[in-house]
Every structure is written in structure tokens, then in C-alpha cells.
Write a protein that binds this ligand. Structure first.
Ligand code: SAH
Length: 343
């Protein structure tokens, strides 16, 4: 099975859209800001010669989706580049009109992603840049350049997407647990009743996919370029079928004819740190909306619209008492962050 054309995070800006349900990811990305800043400064150092700063820097955001997180890391990068440039020129006593590297931002996701939500927000983003960095000029003045150019690159990040040696920095967050759905027929999504062979097949697929991702990016990133990846993770190697990501499938089981269930493909694997490491070396209602924003397109396309309201209603009925039992204890999410340099 090829990457499904119908698969996408819920688009638009409604209550069950990814846009309205990505605050957990936003918090996770905020924590990685210092790692991203350090990587960007290293890139600038490695490609600057003497006092000459590079003319342009190309960055790719892989699996950008359609929510506010699509441009969050981009804003960190721009902030880092402009502030670094400002401090360099302040020390020279020549701040105004100082050149900074222009930034090409390549936003990647599957072609079924709602890129238009991002594209419609771009003018506001550019205006904010001009306002935030006063030396870039008046936000109403179209002649003044913000020096940032954003483009969409549809396609699977498990294949080649960019020319060789063309990227300085690659970022991806909360996307690489989505597998390329090209597995043996008959594998169901992992649920508590899944046999070890299914769990093993998911692990192997994750390893193969992540390896393809690394190989492709190796070709595309310049020497000295950097990559920061943030995964949804599991704390350890025990039971990959436990946790929120398997909850929907446990619920669907018993409600749907077995044949339909057996042919369903939920291409997701949440790795543990040791799984990520071995490949490199050789989060009520809000929760349900969150789960719905990421899983609805797959569930609807396979099981039909009819079960959808009932399914997510049952999710709410089951999750709400659990949450109140747990009181104010917060649901914990584990993220795995890795920062790499291309040699
Ligand atoms: N990076 C954002 C979005 C994460 S949601 C954030 O941190 O909030 C995961 C995104 O990965 C979805 O938009 C999904 O369409 C995308 N995705 C999944 N598999 C992909 C693939 N093979 N190639 C490109 N994008 C993919």
C-alpha cells in the first residue's frame, strides 16, 4: 500500500482541527528552542568565511502539517539569525541596514496536507517579521524585504525531496512516528491483543523508514549542515501497544467486523529512545479532539463516516472519568530529541 492520499491531519481551524489541537506539540517544540538555536549558530559559523556571513540559508520543515507549529521553528531560526547578525554589527558600530542571510523555508508534508491554511497565514507572518525586526523597515512598506521566502514541498519524507547538498538545516517534530504504510497485508494497528509478530513488524518498519529518512537527508544536507528531530516517544522498550496512541484501536476492536479491522492500517509507531538510537547508530475532551485531529482521516476513509461521532463520543465517555480519577495529575508525554551534524 502506498502512502494513502487521504491521510492528513484534520485541516481548517475548527474545534477538531489540528490547528486547534496542537498545543502539546507547541509546548514540546518550545523546549527544544535552545537546541535549535545552537544548531543554527553552528551552521552560520561553519559556512561563514572571515566576517562574511553566508548570503542565504535553506531550511526544511519536514511534516509541517497545517497548524501554528508549522512556522514556529522557522520563527526561532529567524530570531537566532537576525539577533546574531545584530550583535555582530553592534560590535562593529554599524547596525542600520546590516545584511543578514536571506532564508529559504521549505515546508514539507504529504500532498493531502492542508497547505493552504499555512499559505493564507504567510502575509501576516511576513508582516510580523518586519515589525519584530525594526531594522527591516515599516511593515506596510512592501518594498522593504523581510528576507524570508516560504515554499511548500509536497511528498513523502521517506523519499528524496530536495536537490543534493542544498539544505543547511532540517527540522522535524512529532512526524517520524508516522510510518510509510507499506507493510505486509493483514497487519492490524497495534492494540493490547496484538501478537508479538505484529509488534515486531511495526518495529522493523519503523527502523526501515527512519533509515530511509536519514539516507535521503544525508544526500540533501550540505556538509556541516544540521538536523534536529523530535519524536513522540516511549520511556522504555516495554509494551509499544500501551498508551494513548493505541487507545482508539482497542476501542474499535469488537465494534467492527473482523475482516474490516484486519485490513485497517494505522501507520504509526512510537519508538523508545533505544530504538531511535539504534537506528541512528547503525497527550476529557481536549484529548479526544487531539486524537481526532490526527486520526480522523484514516478512520473515516476505512470504516466510514457512520461510526465516527459514536467512536469519539465513546472515547470521551471513557477518558473523562479516567481524567477526573487522576485529579490534577497531568498527563505526561515523552519526547525524544536528537540533534545531528552532517559530516
Ligand atoms: N510538525 C508538526 C506537525 C506534526 S503532525 C508539529 O510538530 O506540530 C505529523 C505530520 O507529519 C502530519 O501533518 C502528517 O501529514 C505528516 N507526515 C506523516 N507522514 C509523512 C511522510 N511520509 N512525509 C511527509 N509528511 C508526513
Amino acid at each position: 500500500m502506498e502512502v494513502p492520499q487521504y491521510f492528513h491531519m484534520n485541516g481548517g481551524t475548527s474545534e477538531t482541527s489540528y490547528t486547534s489541537n496542537s498545543s502539546m506539540q507547541k509546548r514540546g517544540i518550545e523546549v527544544t528552542k535552545p537546541i535549535i538555536q545552537e544548531a543554527i549558530l553552528e551552521i552560520i559559523n561553519s559556512i561563514s568565511s572571515g566576517k562574511d556571513i553566508p548570503k542565504s540559508i535553506s531550511i526544511a520543515e519536514m511534516g509541517c502539517s497545517s497548524g501554528p507549529t508549522a512556522l514556529l521553528v522557522v520563527s526561532y531560526i529567524i530570531d537566532t539569525i537576525y539577533n546574531n547578525n545584530k550583535s555582530l554589527h553592534e560590535s562593529d558600530g554599524a547596525l542600520s541596514g546590516c545584511p543578514h542571510p536571506e532564508i529559504l523555508v521549505l515546508l514539507n508534508d504529504l500532498s493531502s496536507n492542508d497547505f493552504n491554511v499555512i499559505f493564507k497565514s504567510l502575509q501576516g507572518f511576513y508582516d510580523q517579521l518586519k515589525k519584530a525586526y525594526t531594522n527591516l523597515g515599516d511593515a506596510d512598506d512592501d518594498q522593504k524585504q523581510h528576507g524570508c521566502f516560504v515554499a511548500g514541498i509536497p511528498g513523502s519524507f521517506y523519499g528524496r525531496l530536495f536537490p543534493s547538498g542544498s539544505l543547511h538545516f532540517v527540522h522535524s517534530s512529532y512526524s517520524l512516528h508516522w510510518l510509510s504504510p507499506k507493510r505486509n497485508k493483514g497487519n492490524v494497528y497495534m492494540a493490547e491483543s496484538s501478537p508479538p509478530s505484529v509488534l515486531e513488524a511495526y518495529l522493523k518498519q519503523f527502523e526501515r523508514d527512519f533509515c530511509s529518512f536519514l539516507k535521503c537527508r544525508y544526500e540533501e544536507i550540505v556538509k556541516g549542515g544540521r538536523m534536529v528531530l523530535t519524536f513522540c516517544g516511549r520511556a522504555d522498550d516495554t509494551s509499544p501497544s500501551r498508551g494513548m496512541h493505541c487507545f482508539i484501536m482497542n476501542l474499535i476492536q469488537g465494534k467492527i467486523e473482523e475482516e474490516k479491522l484486519d485490513s485497517f492500517d494505522m501507520p504509526q509507531y512510537v519508538p523508545s529512545p533505544s530504538v531511535v538510537k539504534s537506528v541512528i547508530l547503525n497527550e476529557g475532551k481536549n484529548i479526544v479532539n487531539f486524537m481526532r485531529s490526527i486520526s480522523e482521516s484514516l478512520v473515516v476513509s476505512h470504516f466510514g463516516e457512520e461510526i465516527i461521532e459514536e467512536l469519539y463520543k465513546r472515547c470521551r465517555e471513557i477518558i473523562a472519568p479516567r481524567l477526573s480519577r487522576e485529579g490534577s495529575r497531568k498527563t505526561k508525554h515523552l519526547s525524544i530529541v536528537i540533534s545531528m551534524t552532517r559530516k
